[in-house]
Each structure stands twice: as C-alpha cells, then as structure tokens.
Write a protein that binds this ligand. Structure first.
Ligand SMILES: Cc1cc2nc3c(=O)[nH]c(=O)nc-3n(C[C@H](O)[C@H](O)[C@H](O)COP(=O)(O)OP(=O)(O)OC[C@H]3O[C@@H](n4cnc5c(N)ncnc54)[C@H](O)[C@@H]3O)c2cc1C
Length: 516
C-alpha cells in the first residue's frame, strides 16, 4: 500500500459507534483476518497501522477505550534519549533520537511542540555536576544532528545567565543562581491524542478497531472476545495474534512475567509557578542523572514528575499515586524553586505503570525492558510486544510485524491524520490547529449552524475546551461515552474539579442516539 496523506474527515478514517457495530458483526461472522492485535494503547494501534500499511487485513480489540492504559499517563514527551545517555544506554538513546526525528518531521509534526528545559546552576552546584550537565546537553545535540533533525525544528542547547533563567522560569530559586543550561526536546500535544490519531490512520488503511472488546482467551489463531458495549461474546479468527496489552501482557501470555513500577505526576496551575515559559529540571540529590521536572502545558497547567516505585500485586485499571510519592515530588522540585509548593497547590495527580518484564528467552531473570522493548513469539505462536515508550512506538511495531510478513515496512513515511495543509495561524482557533492540524477546518465547520460551538464551554476551568471538540470526538474519534470524552479525547479529567464543572455541558452536547 502506498503512503499518503489522509484527507480531513476522510470517511474511512472516521470512527463512530455505527462503524464499530458493523465491524463487530463482520468480525463475529467468521471472517478470518491476517492479524488480530490485542490492546489499544500506543503499541497496539502502532502495530495495527504498520500491519495495515503493509497490506494486511487487521483487527484490533481494546478492553476499554483507546489509550485507556499507560499510554495516557506518560510525561507526554517525544524525547531524544538524552536521559538514556546518562545511564550509558547509547543504543536506546539513538533509537529514541531517530524515532523522534521521524515523528517531528513526517509522522505527526502537528502533535509535537518544541520546549526548552532548564537545568539550573547554583553557587552550590558541584563543578563535576556542571561539567557533566554541559557534556550531556552537547551529546544530546549530537544525537539530534545525527538523526537529521534540523535546528529549525528543534533548537540546539545554550547556557544562559541568571536573568534569562528567571525570565523563562519566574519562580526559580534566586539563592546563589548563576544561570542554567537550556536544552530542547518535544512535548506531545497529548499522549492519548497521539494514540487516537494513529488509530484513525490505521482505520483509513482498512484496520477494524473495536473498543469495549476484551480478549478473555487467546490462541495463536484467534481470541474469544467479550463485548462490553453491545453485550455478549464472540470469537475472532486470525492468521496471527499479537498481544500488545502493556502491563497486562502476562494475563494473556503466561510466559511473560510483568512486575510494574509506578510513575506519578502532579498537576498544578501554571500561575503557581509564575506561568513558566520553560521546563525546570532539578537534580535529585544522590542520584546522578535523575531529575524531577516541570512540564508546562498549553492549557494553563503544569505537570511535575516523576516517581519510580515498585507496584507489586494485582494491576489496577487506573493506578493511583500514594502520599509518599506526592511529598517526594514536592520536596525535590522545591529544591529548585524560590517559594515552596505545597499540597494546596495541587489540582490533580496521575500515575502510570511501567512494565518491568523478564525475557523468557534470556538468562537474565529480570531484565528491565521498560525503556527498551521486547518481542517474543513467531508464526504459530501468540506474539507479545511489551516495554519501550511512546517515542519509539513505530519501531516497536515494525519489529513486531516483521515477525509475520516479509512485506516491507512503510511507516517511516506514513503521515497520521491531521498532517498536511495545516490552516494558517489566526484563521481558526489556535487550539484546534494545535490539536488537530489539517483537520482543524473540518472540525470548525461543525459550528456553521451554531457558532457558539467555537467558544469555550466554560471560562472557569483551566482548559478552553470548545463544543466542536465534543462533537468531533463522537463523530470521528470513536468516543462512545462521556468518560471517553472527558478522560481521553480532551483530558479535562486531569483536573477532576474541572471535569465536574463541565460534565453537564458536555453531556448536553453529546449525540446520545449514536450510543449503540
Ligand atoms: C509514568 C510514565 C511516564 C512515561 N513518559 C513517557 C514519555 O514522556 N515519553 C515516552 O516516549 N514514553 C513515556 N512512557 C512510556 C510509555 O507511556 C509506554 O511505554 C507506553 O504508553 C506503553 O503503551 P502500551 O500500548 O504498550 O501499553 P498501554 O497503553 O497500557 O496499552 C495496553 C492496552 O491493552 C488493553 N488491554 C489489557 N488487557 C486487555 C485484554 N484482555 N483485551 C483487550 N485489551 C486489553 C488495556 O486496556 C490498554 O489500553 C512513560 C511511562 C510511564 C509509566
């Protein structure tokens, strides 16, 4: 199949409840697909897209909704691997840099935005740490250049004085501040939005994608599926089955032994940090190469992360941070701030689980593949893909689909929906252009009869959510209920009080006749 730009609102890319019902009936009728993918996180939808663009007949089932699992709880960065260099993982860093370059230039340029990250230098910062940080940012820039990502897309690093550092992060500590290293990376518009864009692109290439469809038993030639939307069970038959269920992979493949580790972020109003223009990375004392960092967002909030704590026991649907993690993040970020952030500043928290997996084919009993990925199995077996990261989803998919076909991988040059012909700044609400790229015009057109749909639903919440986004989520993005919209298509629920404020208004905008 030839790579191409998907036109805005191209019918095959549109995911709706009606389409789900049709495709469910087709899959339940005994139709045999080439590839059945289980799991609708970034890994699963990436595999579905890769396989569909190689001309394979693909179905994907997801127990809840796209990006229900770890994929919506990330730091939302498409990063160039600088942090892996610090721990000597050069191969992982290089793979990250190459994939970052592809995403930012060809695959989803509209969904990734460059951001500056400051590492402060104080009178008290040990000289070795200053030198190591300087060497790190230069090495990161070498990776950028080697991955052919031009400076026009991602600026190179600089060292700035105290005054400039304060302009970028107004609440940075003044106590002996000498300046900062500034390096650049990409933040995603939103991780769940990336997942939905990949899913819709896979759909445009013919993949059949069913959310609310849980695999309850899996064999190398198919799965028994529970339909939690329309009810009942049915079987899907397939030539190959790929388990992409992330931290749940061990529930379907007994050879995989996952030990999750939890990573938590806090959400604070941007005003609590003086509306910063850059991210602040504060070294964690006693842990070389480890930082607590802020990530400013467009929606008037800042995320602060990140913990890494063992989370043994049953895997929860929605992980929750514990009080110790919250205090640890506050304590460490406060080391770099001029005023103390407290629990009263927190308006939301979120936590995700990294899969630490033992490779059944390795002597190393507990290899940490949470940053690199692992593909096990081949033809005649269930194939499992776990680990990795959002940034490298495309490469993970390539390595997985290579196990079932000799056809060449296409995805280095397959743009996602929303790429190409982005409307000029000022012609439409900037929020729509940022979140939907070339599709912004088609979404704005939903307000032709009702111009108020292009106004924020509520001025008292942090995020200026527009009415057309709710309608588009149902018509094109496979949202089946209000939680899909609040929690994954718009992310309003990252600030629970905001979600409560707009719940009634969002419900009123939804087309409730389309729900079955
Ligand atoms: C705290 C944190 C921060 C991170 N930050 C970054 C970052 O900034 N940048 C980056 O590149 N990476 C980051 N990562 C890594 C990245 O988020 C993950 O590697 C990635 O999201 C994993 O995606 P996945 O699709 O494999 O798993 P998931 O997103 O968990 O998807 C698995 C899906 O399978 C579904 N499922 C489970 N069981 C079944 C079943 N029986 N039938 C059907 N469906 C089922 C689940 O509902 C789920 O939707 C971070 C990870 C963590 C934990």
């Amino acid at each position: 199949m030839k790579p191409r730009n998907i036109l805005p609102a191209e019918p095959l890319s549109m995911l709706s409840a009606d389409r789900r019902r049709r495709e469910r009936d087709q899959l339940a009728s005994g139709h045999i697909v080439d590839v059945l993918v289980i799991g609708g996180g970034v890994t699963g939808v990436g595999v579905a897209l890769d396989a569909a663009t190689r001309g394979l007949d693909v179905a994907l089932i997801e127990a809840h909704d796209f990006a229900f699992g770890t994929s919506r709880w990330s730091s939302k960065m498409v990063h160039g691997g600088l942090r892996y260099l610090a721990s000597g993982k050069v191969g992982v860093a290089w793979e990250s840099a190459v994939e970052r370059s592809l995403v930012a230039q060809y695959i989803a340029p509209h969904l990734v935005h460059p951001f500056a990250q400051l590492v402060p230098i104080f009178d008290s910062t040990p000289k070795t740490e200053v030198l190591a940080t300087g060497a790190g940012v230069v090495a990161g820039d070498v990776l950028r250049r080697a991955s052919r990502l031009p400076k026009s897309r991602l600026p190179g690093p600089t060292r700035v004085g105290a005054e400039r550092a304060r302009e970028l992060v107004p609440t940075i500590s003044d106590d002996g501040l000498r300046g900062a290293y500034v390096s650049w990376d990409f933040r995603l518009e939103d991780d769940a939005r990336l997942v939905v864009a990949i899913a819709r692109t896979a759909a445009a290439y013919g993949a059949k994608l069913l959310t609310r469809a849980r695999a309850i038993s899996v064999e190398p030639d198919g799965a028994v599926v529970e339909d939690t939307h329309n009810g009942g069970q049915f079987a899907i038959r397939a030539r190959h089955v790929i388990n992409a269920t992330g931290v749940w992979a061990g529930t379907l493949d007994p050879q995989i032994n996952v030990t999750p580790s939890r990573g938590t972020h806090l959400v604070v109003p941007a005003a609590a940090l003086g509306n910063p223009k850059a991210s602040l990375a504060v070294p964690v004392p006693g842990h070389f190469g480890r930082f607590v960092f802020t990530i400013p967002q467009f929606d008037n909030v800042v995320y602060i992360g990140l913990t890494d704590v063992p989370a043994p026991g049953p895997i929860p649907d929605v992980p929750r941070p514990d009080g110790e993690e919250i205090d640890w993040i506050l304590e460490n970020i406060n080391l770099g701030l001029g005023h103390t952030l407290t629990r009263d500043d927190i308006i939301g928290t979120f936590a995700g689980l990294r899969p630490l997996v033992s490779d059944p084919n390795s002597d190393d009993s507990t290899a940490d593949i949470s940053r690199h990925h692992l593909v096990t199995g081949g033809p005649g077996e269930v194939i499992t893909v776990t680990g990795g990261k959002l940034t490298t989803y495309r490469r993970m998919a390539q390595d997985t689909v290579d196990r079932v076909t000799d056809a060449d991988c296409q995805t280095t040059r397959v743009p996602l929906v929303g790429v190409g012909g982005t409307p000029p700044e000022g012609s439409l609400p900037s929020r729509l252009i940022r979140r939907f790229g070339a599709e912004a015009g088609a979404i704005a057109a939903l307000a032709e009869q009702e111009p108020s749909l292009l106004q924020p639903i509520n001025d008292d919440i942090h995020c200026p959510l527009l009415g057309v986004e709710v309608i588009w989520a149902q018509q094109a993005e496979g949202a089946l209920d209000i939680d899909d919209i609040l929690e994954r298509r718009t992310r309003i629920s990252l600030v629970p009080a905001d979600a409560q404020t707009v719940r009634g208004a969002v419900e009123a905008l939804m087309d409730n006749t389309n729900g079955n």
